[in-house]
Design a protein around this ligand. Structure first.
Ligand SMILES: [Zn+2]
Length: 179
């Protein structure tokens, strides 16, 4: 990849453009916005607009789980050198019915808690820990930094918040966005 700038092919998010301080602010803001969307659109949040999209509730459950999962990866990376964490297995969580009892109201509470906990962890991390290495397998196999993982958590929040907004607005003009 050399010095090429890496950006999400769907939403344009640039991982390296987000600092650790930005990440905490944006994790709080995007999870609050996601929670507010679920509360404002409890019926539309349950609908899969097409076969290649999750419902807003499912995007939100995935985002919540990502926040807890990446928080634990960051803790692992603080203690271990270049760890290789297990995958999240996001799609099996949806397909296996693990989110069947989540509701827009319960998820709104969860998202606010997950975003706040993630941000609080970033706020209290030793500053030099953000440069520590960790393996990450998406969007390509690579050794990243904990700063990149913090940025990736924000990317998941903002990318899937966009998905949820498109779902409830009836605009699904983007390509399939299951990732
Ligand atoms: Zn994206």
């Amino acid at each position: 990849m050399g010095d090429a700038i890496e950006a999400c092919e769907v939403c344009g998010y640039v991982w390296d453009a987000v600092t650790a301080t930005d990440a905490a602010v944006r994790a709080r803001a995007s999870t609050e916005a996601f929670a507010a969307l679920l509360e404002a659109h409890p019926e539309a949040s349950l609908v899969r607009p097409s076969a290649d999209r999750w419902s807003a509730l499912e995007y939100g459950c995935h985002t919540r789980d990502v926040l807890y999962n990446l928080r634990d990866r960051i803790v692992l990376g603080i203690v271990e050198d270049n760890p290789r964490p297990h995958a999240l297995h996001g799609t099996p969580r949806v397909d296996g019915g693990l989110y069947a009892d989540d509701t827009p109201a319960s998820l709104a509470t969860d998202l606010r808690a997950a975003g706040e906990l993630f941000a609080r962890t970033l706020d209290r991390m030793p500053r030099d820990a953000f440069d520590r290495p960790i393996h990450y397998s998406w969007p390509r196999e690579a050794t990243r930094t904990l700063r990149w993982v913090a940025s990736q958590a924000v990317h998941e929040c903002e990318h899937h918040l966009d998905d949820a907004r498109e779902n409830v607005s009836g605009d699904q003009s983007s390509a399939a966005r299951l990732i």
